[in-house]
Ligand binder design. Structure first.
Ligand code: AMP
Length: 142
């Protein structure tokens, strides 16, 4: 199974924010779009960073309420790992587990086309394995 299969079900949605946006505004965008991570775009729509719930929680512990007025650029992760729609689900789950993050932006021909979370991938794998088990059961019974 490939990331394109997961995105065909989940939808090829992208939620982005700018580097100069305040954390308060970015949190509102994340909540409005029901996402736990947001890709930060820079000049010409290039990916400049990623901001996740975990970043916000950690930085809140450091800065308290002042965090709300800080900019996205101040706390985002800059070296964003991305992948393509042709990557295999198992491979991406392995990368996420090894590198300890739960979101992966997907780029097609350099264009940002979607994000998969570890939850999306575990759900897709579980569905695939359940269907495989059911097919095998039918095969044995018939
Ligand atoms: P997460 O588990 O996705 O909430 O992220 C844990 C940490 O990794 C946070 O500091 C994120 O900004 C960062 N992070 C999340 N996704 C990626 C990614 N695809 N590439 C690089 N860093 C990431």
């Amino acid at each position: 199974m490939y990331l394109s299969d997961v995105l065909n079900i989940k939808g090829w949605h992208t939620v982005t924010t700018g580097k100069d946006v305040t954390i308060t505004a970015a949190v509102k965008t994340m909540c409005d779009n029901h996402v736990g991570a947001i890709v930060v775009t820079g000049s010409k729509g290039m990916i400049a960073g990623i901001l996740t719930e975990r970043d916000i929680l950690r930085r809140y512990a450091e800065h308290g309420a002042a965090l709300g007025k800080m900019s996205v650029a101040e706390i985002m992760t800059r070296n964003v790992e991305t992948t393509g729609p042709d990557a295999r689900v198992e491979e991406v789950l392995g990368t996420m587990t090894r590198k300890r993050f739960r979101h992966m932006p997907v780029l097609r021909d350099g264009e940002f086309v979607g994000v998969v979370s570890i939850g999306d991938l575990v759900k897709a794998m579980l569905q695939e394995k359940t269907q495989e088990a059911e097919s095998l059961r039918q095969y044995i019974v018939t």
